[in-house]
Design a protein around this ligand. Structure first.
Ligand code: ATP
Length: 239
């Protein structure tokens, strides 16, 4: 626990709303930041942790920029957003980011770190990534560990998202209700958690497109924050 976290715990506890946003962030771009800002407006988070993945298990074959570069860009992308926290949760003990990490373990780690009364953990994920979740390690356990916020992407229908969730995990209709109106439409109520949908937040920026542009020597201005743009140029990334 950091000193800042210890002070916060020692002070009178107020329930914290913590969002986890994982990705390869190669690089972090305006699509990611737009989703995080929109989620923050709806759900009022205390902190949104941007977690660059070590070697995402589903991208083992793809070449990734080294972890330190991806982390540096996440840190630059988080600058000036008071709630956005660059996270080393998947950096590993030697901070190299070369060990394999699974989301279910990362969420358990955060649940351990934020276990005060009423603390809630939310997992932010794009709809394309959510459709792949059945191949993730212990995904059924993962769905029961924290709430999910799915950023919808063009062409993906909410029913398709619902189909990914095994019926035995969902609560009976009327079995679980929110006390207040939900901050966002609900895809499914599970026994202890809720899967929400964040609509109309995606833009069509992708990290693949940014890497391709940088490789061709084209500008990535406006697709990443100006600090990240400067970093990519100075480090000669993606050439
Ligand atoms: P790549 O093009 O390299 O596959 P990416 O742009 O999809 O990368 P990731 O770091 O893999 O970026 O994405 C992290 C998370 O952000 C995923 O859950 C993904 O669905 C989501 N995401 C990425 N781009 C967008 C976007 N433009 N709008 C909404 N969500 C996005």
């Amino acid at each position: 626990m950091t000193i800042a976290q210890a002070h916060r715990t020692a002070a009178k506890h107020h329930p914290r709303r913590i969002a986890l946003f994982g990705g390869s962030f190669d690089p972090i771009h305006s699509g990611h930041l737009g989703v995080a800002r929109a989620a923050d407006r709806r759900f009022n988070f205390d902190e949104i942790h941007f977690i660059p993945a070590s070697r995402p298990p589903h991208k083992l074959k793809q070449h990734l920029a080294p972890f330190p570069h991806r982390f540096a860009m996440v840190a630059l992308g988080c600058a000036e957003h008071p709630h956005f926290v660059p996270s080393l949760a998947e950096a590993g003990e030697d901070f190299s980011g070369t060990q394999l990490h699974y989301s279910v373990d990362t969420v358990r780690y955060f649940r351990h770190a934020y276990h005060g009364d009423g603390d809630r953990i939310f997992f932010i994920i794009g709809a394309d990534a959510f459709l792949d979740i059945p191949v993730w390690k212990e995904y059924e356990a993962l769905l029961g560990l924290c709430d999910f916020i799915i950023a919808n992407r063009p062409g993906i229908r909410p029913e398709a998202l619902r189909l990914v969730i095994p019926p035995e995990l969902t609560a009976r209709p009327g079995g679980r209700k929110e006390t207040a109106a939900p901050p966002s439409p609900v895809v499914a109520h599970l026994h202890c958690t809720t899967v929400y949908l964040l609509e109309n937040v995606s833009n069509d920026v992708s990290a693949t497109d940014i890497r391709r542009r940088a490789q061709r020597g084209q500008s990535v201005h406006g697709l990443v924050s100006s600090r990240v743009e400067e970093y990519i140029l100075k480090q000669g990334l993606y050439r």
